[in-house]
Design a protein around this ligand. Structure first.
Ligand code: IPM
Ligand code: MG
Length: 356
């Protein structure tokens, strides 16, 4: 068997529980595809601040760069609210994305047939929703020049800058176009071109890149897109957008599936890929064994697909998750009378059993 090395960054809050849940499932699925996995655990986020006084230790970065893939739980929590801005736990995430060149963030938003009743939207609106959000992850406002505080004529202010270059837009739109070709072929670019100069460049480059890829691209202003996502989520196939808009729209899209706890993500560049659920560290329920591991387990499926080329193993995990949900097993976030309430560990065992 070929051995692949996976760096696991459990992080903070429920991170250690959900990554521990995903590991045996990842191993079992990989083994079936003839791959052996070696896991290396590394610290980042609040856990690293506590131990080393910094959120992203060099050794974590070195290990991540050398790995075949990285599986991350979540970082952050109220415990570190008071630390200096430059060492906030979130800096670990931004730092690792930038250092690994992970410019393409894929966030699939699929409403499971078993869970349509859990959506805040009416079943007839949400049934069949299947969107892929492609978020630019290493540019825009997150990484533009910024100032935490300056005083001009006695008035304190702070600022961030939205910057996008032609190659940055072209490469993310290309990723989105290629994904669209394997789906329904529809691609929507989201910007704020009626106001922002950076968005006008974005729109121009998106149109040209899509044409090169042989696709027609639609454009929506971000405010309109936010509205259309709840009015008619089924009208979207692939959505491509910048870092900040993608952050906001992906939370909105995620919650219409019923629980943000279900959604995985892949962050890809030219080297090692990073996989993490899109929810946060949920410090309020950490350590209780009740967190929903599905977002992380589905992230493990994306890892197999995108970093290890094990499509069959990825699909097997996705089918196992769907089957367990269809059978009525629910973690606390999705529990309703009539269903079977399960812990993080029980959910994991059920999915593992379906897989074997
Ligand atoms: C996400 C998160 C992060 C982001 C935070 C934790 C820095 O919200 O991955 O969506 O804003 O990118
Ligand atoms: Mg977010």
């Amino acid at each position: 068997m070929t051995t692949k090395r996976i760096v696991v960054i459990p992080g903070d809050g429920i991170g250690p529980e959900i990554t521990a849940a995903a590991r045996p499932i990842l191993t079992a699925a990989a083994n079936k595809s003839g791959l052996d996995l070696e896991f290396v655990t590394c610290l980042a986020g609040g856990a690293a601040i506590d131990k080393y006084g910094e959120p992203l230790p060099q050794e974590t970065l070195v290990a991540a760069k050398a790995a075949d893939a990285v599986l991350l739980g979540a970082v952050g929590g109220p415990k570190w609210d008071g630390v200096a801005p430059e060492i906030r736990p979130e800096k670990a995430l931004l730092g690792i994305r930038k250092a690994l060149g992970l410019y393409a963030n894929l966030r699939p938003v699929k409403v499971s047939a078993a869970l349509t009743a859990y959506s805040p939207l009416k079943p007839e609106i949400v049934t069949g929703t299947d969107i892929l959000i492609v978020r630019e992850l290493t540019g825009g406002m997150y990484f533009g020049p910024k100032c935490e505080s300056e005083t001009i004529e006695g008035t304190e202010r702070a600022w961030d800058t939205e910057v996008y270059s032609v190659p940055e837009v072209a490469r993310i739109v290309r990723v989105a176009c290629r994904a669209a070709k394997g789906r329904r072929g529809k691609i929507t670019s989201v910007d704020k071109a009626n106001v922002l100069a950076s968005s006008r460049l974005w729109r121009r480059v998106a149109t040209a890149t899509a044409r090169e890829e042989g696709l027609d691209i639609g454009h929506l202003y971000v405010d309109n897109c936010a509205m259309q996502l709840v009015l008619s989520p089924k009208s979207f196939d692939v959505v491509v957008t910048g870092n900040l808009f993608g952050d906001i729209l992906s939370d909105e899209a995620a919650v219409i599936t019923g629980s943000i706890g279900l959604l995985p993500s892949a962050s890809l560049g030219d080297g090692t890929g990073l996989y993490e659920p899109i929810h946060g560290s949920a410090p309020d329920i950490a350590g209780q064994g009740i967190a929903n591991p599905v977002g992380t387990i589905l992230s493990a499926a994306m890892l197999l697909r995108h970093s290890l080329g094990a499509e069959e193993a990825a699909a097997a995990i996705e089918q196992a998750v769907e089957a367990v949900l269809a059978a009525g097993h629910r973690t606390a976030d999705l529990y309703r009378p009539g269903m079977t309430k399960v812990s993080t560990e029980e959910m994991t065992k059920l999915i593992l059993k379906k897989l074997q």
